[in-house]
Design a protein around this ligand. Sequence first.
Ligand code: DAK
Length: 257
Amino acid sequence: MDFIKVTSSYEEHIALIELNRPKELNALNLQLMQELADSLETLNQDENVRVIILTGNEKAFAAGADIKQMAEKSAIDMLRIDQLTLWNRIRNNGKPLIAAVSGFALGGGCELAMICDMIIASETAKFGQPEIRIGVMPGGGGTQRLTRAVGKARAMEMVLTGKFISADEALSYGLVNRVVPVEMYLYEAVSLAKDIASMSPIAARLAREAVNRSFETHLDEGLQFERKNYYLTYASGDQKEGMRAFLEKRKPDFKGE
Ligand code: DAK
């Protein structure tokens, strides 16, 4: 794998995926996206991994889809390339996924961060959907996810002007979980990942699915989905262990069973 670097800490049940195309500010070409989808699928199969962190480097999380690969394409070329299937493979990831963002998260890079469940931002992070400046519009879910995350008025302004927002603005908009000094963003993401990895992976998976469902359905359907997953946690040993440990005033030992 050339454009993706994966490291796992089995002891802590965490895996780190680094986008690794620094000269191009991690522009998301097709090879990188394929490697990313492959890595996520492999990590999803790995029972030792409970939480995944996706990051870039200090200068860029990702500056968008690779404009060099797209500039001369026709609509039919784009249809044939079928990026959507590739993006859906990434979206189908089933484990808690944290984006650790520093520098540029633009266009597809912002959309990729928003596919993640949570975003930890360095104070240098810049988010934006600048596609309009190159004569297109968001195609990786930006018009939908950004609008749900920050509200219509702010999303509309970002999408129609292409202006970037700072990490602090992203925090005040509710787009990111927190903003930390640049030397801390990865550390902060790992610390959040460790917290989540110490929980029952079954309960985390079901709860995550239910939170995500709130984006995709109406309230009644979402509540029913939540209830079904809630009952399902009672089929796990982790539920028994968690509740017994509480009553016995000790730390639970979750096995993922
Ligand atoms: N693509 C290709 N190369 C890029 C790039 C990109 N998006 N962003 C930066 N680079 C390259 C630059 O060309 C330059 O390469 P060389 O010229 O050195 O060979 C190198 O990275 C450094 O960039 P700059 O010299 O421009 O660096 P600056 O610090 O001056 O500026 C910048 C940084 C991030 C402000 C600027 O590079 C910039 O504006 N980049 C483009 C940002 C952008 O417009 N992003 C949106 C792209 S469109 C879909 C899913 C997703 C998408 C579409 C469909 N489906 C599922 C259907 C997504 C579309 C997009 O993201």
